[in-house]
Design a binder for this molecule. Structure first.
Ligand SMILES: Cc1cc2nc3c(=O)[nH]c(=O)nc-3n(C[C@H](O)[C@H](O)[C@H](O)COP(=O)(O)OP(=O)(O)OC[C@H]3O[C@@H](n4cnc5c(N)ncnc54)[C@H](O)[C@@H]3O)c2cc1C
Length: 413
């Protein structure tokens, strides 16, 4: 009997799942439903496009022919509005219905709107899609002043876009540094200085009280929490994601700021799986539920979910150490694993542009941030995967070159 696999979302999680299903089961029916108007593209690269440093073409990953050649039905511009988990039917906004034997939810997130006055005014951008990137690129190219909000990994992309497009920008942060959950002031200062060199001014202990607009409703700047006005005819906000799970609210699928899945990407409802940014998955290395917003992790989750969907039993486990790099500056930057949680930490500054911070939980390394020198990233990822008890070996881990043989043996091969 032919199995019908329906995949919601054509991001990297959904698309890699479809590819895996097709390879494993040449006879299966595979359908991908996406509300975007274009097939899979490289979301990581849209920031380079918005900077003006990359044309459209290399950002695209799949043409529509890619799906045709693999006999995968691709439904573009189709927003899913509900799932009937008793009848195994997905319904879209246009009334179309899709029956499934196995369902994969890989609909990712949508940028959280800033809950202040005029946060949806013309000229205030949120950044997730290629469409957003086109609007940001065009607007930044003609703007002279800007305001950036959101001291995290997406906010810094927006700041770098201003830098590349010669927009003189104020970067408003609520705390005293960029990405305060993962960096100490020592590490963050390296980033602050690099931002200043690009014409972006970090403003600390700030945040937006409201945006100001002109008579046409176009943003003119932001008033910060201290009452100061920051001029910006271009504004951009990146304060987090709301996961796209509204269509599951009336079902038994467990939601908890995302979709709860086990280490096999299974929800608690039979035949329904989830993969990518929106999962709250069981991390077998951490031994607790975790979340991860990165390309590599979403891709791997899509593959693991697909293998298990085809096998109809858990044959693959998600056991993965992710990483996320930033390439806007003259020095490289990489975060890996889970750098924002843990019960212990160690850090060292090696030079004006070299710094390292490691985080630990229950005696094990679980994540970190490397600035300037990424040469040890594979060693650190291996230590995490092997669950070595290294929290009392901080000096050795902070050596410029980590000697794996000098550390306690792996707990897991
Ligand atoms: C500007 C930017 C830069 C980034 N840089 C990096 C980086 O350097 N390194 C890194 O590792 N990660 C980076 N990321 C994060 C990375 O892109 C994501 O982690 C990854 O793309 C998540 O993939 P996904 O398939 O889970 O979700 P998504 O890529 O978000 O795909 C979900 C898809 O589902 C669609 N959808 C949503 N709701 C519905 C619905 N109701 N019906 C139908 N379709 C729906 C969405 O429109 C979307 O197309 C970046 C992200 C952005 C936006």
């Amino acid at each position: 009997m032919t199995t019908s696999h329906v995949i919601l979302g054509d991001g990297i999680a959904g698309s890699s799942a479809a590819e895996t299903i097709r390879e494993a089961d040449p006879d299966a029916d595979v359908t991908i439903i996406t509300d975007e108007g274009e097939p899979l593209y490289n979301r990581i690269l849209i920031k380079e496009f918005a900077k003006g440093t990359l044309p459209e073409e290399p950002v695209s990953i799949h043409e529509e022919e890619w799906y045709e050649e693999r006999d995968i039905d691709l439904e573009l511009n189709t927003r899913v509005t509900s799932v009937d988990t008793d009848a195994n039917v997905v319904e879209a906004q246009d009334g179309a219905t899709y029956e499934y034997d196995k369902l994969l939810v890989a609909t990712g997130g949508t940028p959280t709107r800033l809950p202040v006055e005029n946060s949806d005014a013309e000229g205030v951008h949120y950044f997730w899609t290629f469409k957003d990137a086109r609007a940001i690129r065009d607007h930044a190219a003609e703007a002279e002043t800007g305001v950036i909000v959101g001291a995290g990994l997406l906010g810094i992309d927006l700041a770098a876009i201003c830098g590349a497009q010669n927009v003189e920008a104020d970067y408003l942060m609520r705390g005293n540094r960029w990405w305060r959950y993962a960096l100490s002031l020592d590490g963050a200062e390296i980033i602050h200085e690099a931002l200043r060199q690009k014409g972006v001014t970090p403003v600390f202990d700030s945040g937006v009280e409201r945006f100001e607009v002109d008579d046409d409703g176009h943003v003119t700047g932001a008033v910060d929490a201290n009452g100061e006005f920051h001029a910006g005819e271009f504004a951009a906000v990146a304060i987090g994601l709301d996961f796209n799970t509204a269509f599951l609210e009336d079902t038994a699928v467990e939601l908890d700021d995302g979709i709860v899945v086990d280490e096999h990407m299974r929800t608690g409802v039979e035949d329904i799986y989830a993969a990518g940014d929106l999962t709250r998955y069981y991390d077998v290395i951490l031994d607790e539920r975790a979340q991860n917003g990165s390309w590599g992790s979403a891709k791997e989750q899509g593959v693991v979910a697909a293998e298990n969907m085809v096998a109809d039993e858990p044959v693959e486990t998600f056991r993965y150490v992710s990483s996320y790099s930033i390439t806007h500056f003259e020095f490289p930057f990489l975060s890996f694993g889970h750098p924002t949680i843990g019960d212990d930490e160690a850090e060292r500054k090696y030079s004006d542009t070299e710094w390292r911070r490691l985080t630990f939980k229950d005696g094990q390394l679980i994540g970190g941030v490397l600035i300037g020198d990424l040469s040890q990233q594979q060693a650190f990822k291996q230590i995490i995967r092997e669950e070595r008890p290294v929290a009392d070996q901080k000096e050795k881990l902070l050596e410029p070159d980590v000697d794996l043989d000098a550390l306690p043996a792996p707990a897991v091969e």
